[in-house]
Each structure stands twice: as C-alpha cells, then as structure tokens.
Design a protein around this ligand. Structure first.
Ligand code: PEP
Ligand code: MG
Length: 592
C-alpha cells in the first residue's frame, strides 16, 4: 500500500447520518489489489502445495465459524446467519477443486492458481445477467481474499474480524455489512458513498454508532491505523488532527455525551406539548432485540418494525414458527403499547439472498416491497400467518409498504383475509380486529389517499421514500444527497394532503421516516397535525424535549407560514429561526 498524501487537520465533508463524535484509529476496509507471483514447483512439492491450499481453506472456515459464534453471542443468531452463506460459498464457489487439479497438472504455486481461478469465476459472475449474482461478486472477492491471506500468511481486514476499538472507513456499506458491526469495537463509521436514508445509515443509527457517509474519497485519503475524528453531528471527518484539534473534539465529545445523558433524564416524562396535547413517540426497529433500546429511550410503541431485516442475512426463508417467535417477542415486550409490524419491504437496497435471480436496472422502481409479496403469495402468507398468530400476544397492527393504489391494497387485504379465515378455521388464536394500515411513501398513494383511507385503519407516512419518489432523488446516492430535501415545498404539500385525507376519513396518520427525527421538523409536523412520530430510538429524547417546549397554537402558526414559502432553503431558514428562539442548543449542523 503506497503512502498517501495526507495533510494535518484535513477536514472532509460528508452527510451526517448517526450522531456522536468518534476519535480513534482508522480501520480501512479498502482492499488494494493483491499481487500474486507465479512460481513453478517441483513434482515432489505438489502434495505439500495441495496440503497448504487445503489448510488455508480449512483455516478460513474456522475463522468464519469463530466469527459466527462471536456474532451470534454478541448480536444474536439472526445476524450470525450471514456467515452460513459465506461458509456455503467457500464450499461451492471458491474454485476449490479447480485449484487442486491445477496444482497437480500445471505445477504452479497454490496462491497463483487459486487467484487465477477465482478471478475467472468472479469475471463470469460479474458478467451475469442476474443482479443477485453480480451483487454476490463482492462477497466472493472478499472470501477469496481471506483464503489468499491465509495462504500467504497475511492478516485479513474485515468488519467481522475487528477486535480493537476503531473507526471504520470504507467505500460503502450494505445493510448486511452493517448487521455485522460489533458495537463494542466500532467507534464510528465513515463511507465514501451513501445518503442519509440509505438502509445502512438507518442501521447505524439503530446501533447508535456515530456515522458519516458520502465522504466521496475518504478511503483514498485515510491511512490504515492513523488517528481520525469522525463527527456524526456535523458530518465531517478530520484526518491526522493535531493536538489542539484533538483537544477541541474531546471537549465536543464530552459536551455531546453530557447533552445526551441530560436528555436521557426525559425518558419517563410524557411527550406532550405545553398545552397538554399528547404525542406518541414510537421507535423504528429492524431486529427484535432493539425493543430494549426503544424502551430505554422512552418509546411508547414500535411505530415501524422493518421485518425484512430478518431475511437479509440468510440463504433460506425464515419459517412461520421462527417469524412468529420474533414478532411475538416484540409484541410481548411492548405490552400494552402498540407494535406496527410492516410486511417485508425487500428489494431496493435490501436484497435477500434467498429471493435471487431478479435482473433490475432500477431496483427502487422495481420488484420491491408489496409488489414482491403479491408476486410471491406463498411467502407473503407465511409472514401474515406469523403476524396474526403473534397478534394474540400483544397490541399489534399490520402495515403494508409501497402501496401505490387501491387495487394493490385490496389484493393485499384479500390475501390477509384468506389467512385470517384459515387460522380461524383451525382454531388458532389471533386478534380478530387487528388494525391494517398502509405506508404512504409514493406520490400516487398521496393523490388517492381519500380512497385508501376508506379501506384502512391508519396511515403512516414514510418520508424517506416519499422524498425519493417525489423529487426523483435516489435516497442512497451521495452525488445527489443535497437534492434529497425533506423541506422541499412539494414534499410538505404532499404530507399536508395525507394528513387532511386522514382527517376526512377520521383515521390516524403517523409519520415514520427519518424526517421526523430532525429537530427542525418537529414544530412543523406538530403544526401540520401529527400526533404520532416514529423514529430511530436514539432520536426520541431530543424530539421529546422540543415537543415539551411548544404549544399547539404556536406550532400551527409555524406550519401555516412554512407551507406557504417557496423554497426548501427558505423553509429551513424559517424553521431554524423558530426553533432557535425556543432552544438555541438544538441548532446542530444537522439543521443547517
Ligand atoms: C420510509 O420510506 O420513510 C420508511 C420509513 O421506510 P424505509 O426507510 O424502510 O423504506
Ligand atoms: Mg420506505
């Protein structure tokens, strides 16, 4: 690895996605291509060369099994399953037999032949028509490097292998990578790519790991092992800080920790406005074990349980029983509070290893969420049965993602009805009146919200996708991150329309996208009429503090004014000014 030209105190700007300040050594997950020399071996060295290769593969398997055990212990069995996939790949696609035959036939060193065979296999995979296979090429490369490092006796750098405290710097992270993050050792993460509402960023927030994405060229500027400062509040990364800057950030870090522990004191206080309007602050979760964090941050319900994460890290389908147990555990822990469970939202940036084989040029516009479930009623029915059975154990609601019109809703409800019927006929206990809602996250759903409202019990607005689809801005693309504007007047007008449709039909309208975790948006959303917000647990105390410092009349006046402004910039400036009057300490860089 060549020495990089780093400058003292070099500051890179990115997108702040998870708050907090991390100061530590950089763990660079950027792999330089390894150079492997071709060497001839003598006929009597063939057996030992084959042995050496088999040992390296065996060693790789043991490493993976040990990481799997560690992840299972620290993060749960669901997250550990990703390694079953890797172990399977080691057996199936690692050019194992080909390499042994090549050593015997061509009499060259194992590492050279393995690398050659592997690169041929990877080239074929990368040329595949199937997006699923193309996406797996990165995993296969990663596994191949692991084997090669063992052959060469070099230490391999992967997230799962991190044992000391570091700040991870990497080109990109998939939601699956993020699942593997070990909270204890990862102080923060910084990526070249990504946007604020990409699912990896959402996971980082759930794990409460300070994070900055969209830094563009961080991996080519940061040196593995050098000291860096990651500011997840402002969205910056400082490379090679001098002592003075380090001191400054240590003080900022102390201030931030003090600030969040002061906020934690609000946990048991009710979220109501000064004039006693009660607001529900719910948590978004991806895994059942996040329920504890939701409760410890003062959530009064789960407003969005993203069940598809159960699928992401495995090659098989979670069966009804397994899903039932996961859903029931969340419902029971939250009793008497509600749990809104979303049916699978696979596709987009969340690919299941099981549902493979789709070729999609634009996955966010493709076979995603309810579309995929309606195409695979067998999978959908299993999930619905698990949810319905779990509904007997708590206070549950079902929500369908990515509904674009009434027909889709009717189809989904019909399948739900048939599963309800079947369970009832078999005498299985379920909640017969489980409320059914839709995510409003596509502009077409906003425009037909009156029809949808007549056939559901509630709405929840998913602003992450609503912004993406309204403004035609990919939520995970750092190149257009600045255009991803929650305060664009068009977005606010759509949100207002949904609230009004809900009021006309007298059904509740919640909001569960990342926008409702933005301090700048709170007064506006209150004023627009929301009384249920759902967000990453970590954001709840801060939003509660704001809610407790406004009255509804003020909030309505702010919303009325904001919605009439012409640009996102004006709206933000106005909201910033309003909140600045209430609480100057809320003016973080997030709000600039
Ligand atoms: C949204 O789109 O705003 C949402 C909450 O769902 P997700 O982020 O999982 O797409
Ligand atoms: Mg969404």
């Amino acid at each position: 690895m060549g020495k990089k030209l780093t400058k003292k105190n070099l500051v890179l700007d990115g997108v702040a996605v998870s708050p907090g300040i991390a100061i530590g050594l950089a763990f660079l997950l950027h792999h330089d291509e390894l150079q492997v020399e071709e060497e001839e071996i003598l006929p009597d060295q063939v057996a030992s060369e084959v042995e050496k290769f088999k040992r390296a593969v065996q060693q790789t398997k043991e490493e993976l099994r040990s990481i799997r055990r560690r992840v299972s212990r620290d993060m749960g069995e669901e997250q550990a399953r990703i390694f079953d996939v890797q172990l399977l790949m080691l057996d199936d696609v690692m050019a194992f037999d080909e390499t042994i035959s090549a050593i015997q036939d061509r009499k060259r060193n194992a590492e050279f032949l393995f690398w050659e065979n592997l690169n041929t296999a990877i080239a074929a995979i990368e040329a595949s028509d199937h997006a699923f296979f193309r996406e797996r090429a990165a995993d296969i490369k990663d596994l191949g490097r692991r084997v090669l490092h063992n052959l060469l006796g070099i230490k391999h750098l992967t997230i799962s292998g991190i044992r000391s405290e570091v700040v991870v710097v990497s080109p990109d992270l998939s939601p699956t990578d993020t699942i593997m993050m070990h909270r204890k050792n990862i102080l923060g993460f910084a990526t070249d790519m990504g946007g604020r509402t990409s699912h990896a960023a959402i996971m980082a927030r759930s794990l409460e790991i300070p994070s900055v994405v969209g830094l563009r060229d961080a991996t080519s500027r940061v040196e593995h092992g050098e000291t860096i400062i990651l500011d997840g509040n402002k969205g910056t990364l400082v490379i090679a800080p001098d002592e003075k800057l380090l001191e400054h950030y240590r003080a900022e870090q102390r201030k931030y920790l003090q600030w969040s522990s002061d906020l934690a004191a609000l946990r048991d206080l009710p979220a109501h406005t000064l004039d006693h309007q009660a607001i529900q602050l719910h948590a978004n979760i991806e895994f059942p074990d996040e329920t504890d964090s939701a409760l410890s941050h003062g959530a009064t319900g789960i407003g969005l349980y993203r069940t598809e994460f159960l699928y992401l890290s495995r090659t098989d389908l979670p069966g009804e029983e397994e899903q039932f147990k996961a859903y029931k555990s969340v419902a029971e822990k939250m009793i008497p509070n509600p749990v809104t469970i979303r049916t699978f939202d696979l596709g987009g940036d969340k690919f299941s290893m099981y549902l493979k084989g789709y070729t999609e040029a634009n996955p966010f516009l493709g076979q995603r969420a309810i579309r995929l479930c309606l195409q695979h009623p067998d999978i959908f029915k299993v999930q619905l049965a698990a949810i319905l059975r779990a509904s007997a154990a708590g206070n549950m609601k079902i929500i369908f993602p990515m509904i674009s019109g009434i027909e889709q809703l009717r189809q989904a409800k019909e399948i739900l009805g048939s599963v309800q019927e079947d369970l009832r006929a078999r005498g299985v206990p379920i909640d017969p009146d489980i409320p059914v809602g839709v995510m409003i996250e596509i502009p077409s759903a906003v425009l037909v919200a009156d029809s949808l409202a007549r056939e559901v019990d509630f709405f929840s607005i998913g602003t992450n996708d609503l912004i993406q689809y309204t403004l035609a801005v990919d939520r995970g693309n750092e190149q257009v991150a600045e255009l991803f504007d929650a305060f664009h007047p068009a977005v606010l007008k759509l949100i207002k329309q949904v609230v009004e449709a809900g009021q006309r039909a007298q059904i509740p309208v919640a909001i569960c996208g990342e926008m409702c975790a933005e301090p700048m948006a709170t007064v506006l959303l209150l004023g627009l009429g929301f009384d249920e917000f759902s967000m990453s647990s970590v954001s709840i105390p801060q939003i509660k503090k704001i809610i407790r410092s406004v009255n509804m009349e003020e909030a309505r006046a702010v919303a009325l004014h904001a919605i009439e402004l012409e640009t996102g910039r004006q709206i933000k400036a106005y909201l910033k000014e309003q909140i600045g009057n209430l609480h100057p300490d809320f003016l973080t860089a997030d709000m600039t």
